[in-house]
Ligand binder design. Structure first.
Ligand code: NAD
Length: 373
């Protein structure tokens, strides 16, 4: 990669510490001079948060966080924030909860403190998403970047394995896509490589035989906490890389599948990622080497395949409820959004081939692309 690039480092305070979310939250509310706090957090998340919210003086509790942020729900949350004279939003939950907080910040400029409970990474990006008439719109706005992020691995303890795996693979997708997205540069490529390695290590620990005596050279993960911390750290790095690089081919495909066809966000990422990797890596050898090194594997695709096998990740879009008859229509919606930065030209036929393979769960190394020798 030539050393000629521009890179914006986004201003955000990040606090890590298992078991410290409560103290960090009250410290941040005080530091930011908050008088009227809106807590965005579903009822289940409030319960799981335990004592972490005890020190927070909450003026408004917003408990709705539907996936992909329907615009009418965002407007209701904005109206409630205005009616309660809110000056700080605390969002405790996954990407959907943080997405709802971002929708409020987008039009009001109210700062957000995010306390993520999944590994999706929305907390470290200025990217917002809203869904209207079955179309998901995304955009970038500095106002939606949380001013502070509080990571507390104990808050991810209730996250079911399947959700941990899917949202962690969403993080790995941020990393891989950032290597060929429009704003790819050496700084976010470095963050992405470390993000992949940390997420892969963390996710394997989470699904692996934890709660047992550590073997030689392995971290002591009898509580499952070391894996969760590694996954959170990787999720943060992945999001910073994605925030800087922007959306590449992979994210453009997943936004259409999620926004237009209602497929579950994280699972869709984990199904589509190996196909985009198989398609792009032959035309992006440096990215391929970085990914392979991060996975400690011979090549990028086998490293990703091995991780997906170890994690028993979702395999096909058919399993996620996508209808095969919608493939051509989806390809036509995706095509105009494909970034020019993609290392290989993308045709309508390529997208159809990719979606058919992802729909069926065909091994990605077996896919034959039409415009590739
Ligand atoms: P999610 O927030 O939709 O959560 C999935 C489910 O997990 C929900 O039922 C939630 O209640 C539950 N959950 C969350 N944390 C839990 C925990 N610790 N224990 C038990 N259950 C828990 O899923 P997600 O994958 O975090 O986020 C997906 C959404 O985030 C999508 O809408 C996506 O577009 C968005 N996103 C945005 C960005 C961005 O940069 N703007 C980045 C990544 C994801």
């Amino acid at each position: 990669m030539p050393l000629a690039f521009s890179h914006d480092t986004l201003a955000q305070r990040v606090l890590f510490g298992a078991g410290h979310a409560g103290r960090h939250l009250s410290d941040e509310a005080l530091r930011l001079g908050a008088r009227r706090v809106m807590l965005v957090c579903t009822a289940g998340q409030v319960e799981r948060a335990g004592t972490a919210l005890d020190g927070l003086d909450v003026a408004l509790r917003w408990q709705e966080a539907p996936q992909h942020v329907p615009v009418e729900r965002a407007e209701a949350a904005r109206a409630a924030a205005a009616a309660h004279d809110i000056d700080l939003i605390v969002a405790l939950g996954g990407g959907s909860t943080i997405g709802m907080a971002k929708a409020v910040a987008l039009t009001t400029g109210i700062p957000i403190v995010a306390v993520p409970t999944t590994f999706a990474g929305s907390e470290a990006t200025p990217v917002w998403g809203l869904t209207e008439h079955s179309r998901k719109r995304t955009g970038v706005d500095a106002r939606v970047l949380p001013v502070s992020v509080i990571y507390d691995a104990t808050l991810t303890e209730g996250l079911p394995r399947a959700l941990a795996v899917a949202s962690g693979l969403n993080g790995i997708a941020h990393c891989i896509d950032s290597l060929w997205a429009p704003g790819a540069d050496p700084i976010n490529a470095t963050l992405a490589a470390e993000g992949i390695a940390s997420l892969a290590r963390g996710l394997r620990l989470i699904v692996g035989p934890s709660h047992s005596e550590p073997r030689d050279g392995e971290p002591d993960d009898r509580t499952g906490l070391a894996g969760r911390e590694a996954a959170q750290y990787g999720a943060y790095l992945s999001a910073v890389a994605f925030a800087s690089a922007g959306s590449g081919l992979h994210h453009k495909i997943c936004h259409v599948l999620g926004g237009t066809y209602g497929l579950p966000h994280a699972e869709t990422h984990s199904v589509v990622l190996p196909y985009v990797t198989a398609f792009n890596v032959p035309a992006a050898p440096e990215a391929g080497r970085r990914i392979a090194r991060a996975f400690e594997s011979e090549d990028a695709l086998s490293g990703l395949n091995q991780l997906r096998a170890d994690l028993d990740a979702p395999r096909s879009l058919a399993d996620l409820g996508f209808d095969r008859s919608q493939i051509e229509e989806a390809a036509a919606i995706i095509l105009p959004a494909v970034p020019e930065s993609n290392p290989r030209p993308v045709s309508f036929a390529d997208l159809v081939t990719l979606l058919r393979a992802a729909w069926a769960g065909t091994p990605p190394e077996d896919v034959r692309w039409e415009n590739v020798a």
